[in-house]
Design a protein around this ligand. Structure first.
Ligand code: ADP
Ligand code: MG
Length: 249
C-alpha cells in the first residue's frame, strides 16, 4: 500500500477527518513556506480542533430546540428605547449562567422578549453551555406526561443537565393545579443550581391569575426572583409598529 493510502486509512480509523482533508494541502504549503514538522502538525491539529468545536456548537443549538434562530445583530435597540442596551450586552456575555441567575423579561406582546431570549440562548450555545428552549405551556405538558408515566424524577434529572432553560410565554395560558405544582417543582429544583430565562407579558402582581393558587405563585416568584435580573420592556409591539411604518411608506 502506498504511503498516502496507508496514512489515510489510519486517519479514518483515528477519526481525524480534518487531518484527512487538509494534510496534502498543508504539506505542500509547508514545504513551500519552509514550515517545520511541528508547525505543520500544529496547523493540522488546529483545523481538527476548530472543526470539532464548531460541530459541538451545532449539536448544542440543535438540542436547544429553538423555534427560530435570532441574534442580537438583527435586534433594533433604537426601536425599543425602554431597553438598556448596555445591560442586554452584559447579559449576552452569559456570566449570569455561571452565577446560576435567572433572567426575566416582562413586557407586552411583540416587544422582543422571545427574540432577546433566543439570541442570548444561542450565544450561550456557542460558549459551551447546554440550553433548552420551550414555551411554558409545552414545558408543563411534557412535565405532566412524565408525571403520568411515572418518570417525573427522570425528567427533572434530564432537565437539570441544561445550564439554561428558556421558558417562553408564561402567562398566556393559565395552569391547573397539577401544572402549577409541576412548574413549581422544576423552578425549585433549579433554584441556585441552574439558570432560567422566563418571558412573560404579566407583571408579578398578576401571576396569581396564571397559577392555580396565589401561594404557589408567590413561592415560584420567590425562587425565580431571588437571584435574578428583571428586564422590563415597555412600548408597543414591534410587529405592529413595523406594519404601520410599512403602510405609511
Ligand atoms: P415577544 O416575545 O415580546 O412577544 P418577539 O420577540 O416574538 O416578541 O418579537 C416579535 C417579532 O418582532 C419577532 O419577529 C422579532 O424578531 C421582532 N422584533 C421585536 N422587537 C424587535 C426589535 N427591537 N428589533 C428587531 N426585531 C424585533
Ligand atoms: Mg414571545
Amino acid at each position: 500500500m502506498n504511503e498516502d493510502l496507508l496514512l489515510e486509512e489510519h486517519l479514518k480509523i483515528l477519526k481525524l477527518p480534518s487531518f484527512l482533508n487538509s494534510y496534502q494541502r498543508l504539506a505542500s504549503e509547508s514545504s513551500r513556506g519552509n514550515r517545520s514538522y511541528t508547525e505543520f502538525l500544529a496547523c493540522l491539529a488546529e483545523e481538527e480542533v476548530l472543526r470539532r468545536q464548531e460541530n459541538a456548537i451545532q449539536r448544542r443549538i440543535k438540542a436547544a430546540k429553538f423555534p427560530v434562530l435570532k441574534t442580537l445583530d438583527t435586534f433594533d435597540f433604537a426601536a425599543q428605547p425602554s431597553l438598556n442596551k448596555k445591560e442586554i450586552l452584559q447579559l449576552y456575555d452569559c456570566h449570569f449562567i455561571d452565577d446560576k441567575m435567572n433572567l426575566i423579561f416582562v413586557g407586552p406582546c411583540g416587544t422582543g422578549k422571545t427574540h432577546l431570549s433566543i439570541a442570548i440562548g444561542l450565544k450561550a450555545c456557542t460558549k459551551g453551555y447546554k440550553v433548552f428552549c420551550d414555551t411554558a405551556a409545552s414545558l408543563i405538558n411534557n412535565l405532566m406526561e412524565a408525571k403520568n408515566e411515572y418518570r417525573f424524577s427522570k425528567k427533572l434529572k434530564q432537565l437539570s443537565g441544561f445550564d439554561l432553560i428558556i421558558c417562553d410565554e408564561l402567562g398566556y395560558i393559565p395552569f391547573d393545579r397539577q401544572g402549577t405544582d409541576l412548574l413549581f417543582q422544576l423552578v425549585a429544583a433549579r433554584y441556585e443550581q441552574g439558570s432560567m430565562i422566563i418571558t412573560t407579558n404579566l407583571p408579578f402582581s398578576d401571576w396569581s391569575n396564571v397559577f392555580h393558587d396565589s401561594a404557589t405563585a408567590a413561592a415560584v416568584i420567590d425562587r425565580l426572583v431571588h437571584h435574578s435580573v428583571i428586564v422590563q420592556i415597555k412600548g408597543e409591539s414591534f410587529r405592529l409598529a413595523s406594519k404601520v411604518s410599512e403602510k405609511q411608506q
